[in-house]
Design a protein around this ligand. Structure first.
Ligand code: BG6
Length: 484
């Protein structure tokens, strides 16, 4: 049932930061899976580029080790691994110096798709773009792929956009938000825009509220230095949660095409109201029985950075006036669970007795784990006992629907990289979208920074601070339970 694999055009993909963590964990394993599934043509080539000295053979060994570490044994077919390694080369390049660029220029082929993945710190984006240009390495239609964090605020995002724009056109720039590559996120668009069932009800008149939760059990240990300058607002809300909100709230685009989709998302971001500080709860995890506290992980005993945030957000337009969006995300929580819940209103008048158990419909879109969707509907409890009502889920768990094929659904990164090669920007953020997201985020962060707000402490393995529950209870609503 997994859809047909259509090979992409021949390409040269250069991964700057080719020995980095993201390359090892996500990019290279993802590319291997696309190769194994027959999506890469004969003319595909992948060149790792980094500072360290290594030859092609050394890189093959490095990548083979990464595949073994980050893919399940059953995914590793020895013939496929061998074939994949045969596509790989390596070049030692100094991003801010002169070394390696002439060699890279020689290796690039003409007449194939060229893509350059900047899997490096954003401070190096400018240097890379400039050198690709100066050494005439990138063809006019070459693509560059950049990772988050895309800026730390509006000013830095603008500066980054301006730096990239010196050498590349917007149509060549692919800003990754890997949440847009998740299967369920795309399915959300399919469900909204290819069924008559939901769209007429998709508005304030029928929807009580929307909840978006991205809860993680991991802490920030290992990347505390980055995270402490970022916090949950910059690390998760400004990008991933906001993208999810956009897909729920946007108007139907006229076509499933890059600018049509991105124009509609941009309108949502621009319609976000400034958030009242009383509608925000920030938290920081305490030490658990065997786990360090946030401040220990971040190695900053006085840190005021939040590892949890919950907030109530309003989209100021006709469709959503009066229907709040509650967002929450945090580290070291009770369960790893990402989901969107669309809670419909109760029927305007009940013909049943009050204690029959009637409630409201809920559409639940599960990003992970257990990807899928379910819709709770109220029915009569089967059997004798009179008219008793009960909520049952209409369940569409992808694993059930796809059976064994479910394990082969591409991971977010591999899907997005293939879109880069195809030249499809629909699932990538446009420069103005990123800037608009920062324009909304900046004043919120500035206010709590100015007030030196201290995040509320919460227990490791919990649902976050008590205040986050109160944020909902105040409105006579409640978060869905965190379960994995
Ligand atoms: C990243 C954040 O963008 O997304 C991380 O920087 C976070 O802090 C990660 O852990 C979550 O991604 P996923 O796909 O595991 O939900």
């Amino acid at each position: 049932m997994v859809s047909r694999v259509i090979p992409v055009d021949p390409f040269d993909l250069v991964i700057f930061g080719g020995t980095g963590d993201l390359a090892r964990r996500k990019i290279l394993p993802g590319l291997y899976r696309r190769f194994r599934d027959g999506q890469m043509p004969d003319g595909a080539r992948i060149i790792g580029a980094a500072r360290g000295e290594m030859d092609d053979k050394g890189y093959h060994d490095f990548v083979a080790a990464a595949l073994t570490e980050f893919l399940p044994q059953r995914a590793l077919d020895p013939t496929a691994v061998e074939g994949f390694l045969g596509l790989l080369g390596y070049i030692t390049v100094d991003a801010t110096g002169k070394d390696g660029w002439a060699q890279l220029a020689k290796r690039m082929r003409k007449g194939v798709v060229q893509a350059f993945y900047f899997s490096v710190a954003p401070s190096l984006f400018g240097a890379l773009a400039e050198r690709l240009h100066k050494h005439k390495i990138a063809a006019p239609e070459a693509r560059i792929v950049v990772e988050k964090p895309f800026g730390n605020d509006l000013a830095t995002a603008r500066a980054l956009n301006a730096t990239l724009a010196e050498h590349f056109d917007e149509t060549q720039i692919y800003r990754i938000d890997h949440y847009l590559g998740k299967e369920t996120v795309q399915n959300l668009m399919a469900v909204r825009f290819s069924n008559m069932l939901f769209e007429p009800l998709w508005k304030n008149q029928y929807i009580d509220h929307v909840q978006i939760t991205v809860a993680e059990t991991v802490g920030v240990g290992g990347r505390g230095a980055y995270y402490d300058t970022s916090g949950a607002m910059r690390d998760m809300v400004q990008n991933h949660l906001m993208q999810l909100l956009c897909l729920i709230a946007m108007e139907p685009p006229s076509k499933f095409e890059p600018d049509a989709v991105r124009d509609e998302k941009l309108k949502v971001i621009r319609a976000l109201q400034p958030v009242d500080l009383d509608d925000i709860v920030r938290g920081q995890y305490r030490a658990g029985a065997d786990t360090p506290s946030y401040t220990e992980d971040a190695e900053n005993p006085d840190s005021l950075t939040e590892s949890f945030i919950a907030m109530k957000v309003h989209v100021a337009n006709w469709r959503w006036n009066g229907t709040p969006f509650y967002l929450r995300t945090g580290k070291r929580m009770k369960a790893r669970m990402s989901e969107i819940v669309v809670r419909f209103k109760e029927p305007p008048h009940s013909i049943f007795e009050e204690d029959t158990g009637q409630s409201a419909n809920e559409l639940r879109i599960r990003l992970q784990p257990n990807e899928g969707m379910d819709l709770t509907v109220t029915i009569k409890e089967p059997g004798p006992g009179g008219m008793r009502l009960v909520d049952v889920p209409l369940d569409m768990t992808f694993a059930d629907a796809l059976g064994e094929d479910a394990a082969d659904v591409p991971d977010a990164y591999e899907r997005l990289i293939m879109d880069v090669i195809r030249g499809n920007q629909t699932l990538f953020m446009r420069g103005d979208e990123v800037e608009a997201a920062w324009a909304w985020t900046d004043p919120i962060i500035a206010t709590w920074t100015a007030r030196e707000d201290k995040p509320e402490a919460y227990d490791a393995g919990s649902t976050g601070p008590e205040e986050a529950l109160i944020l909902m209870h105040r409105d006579s609503r409640r978060w869905r339970e965190l379960t994995s």
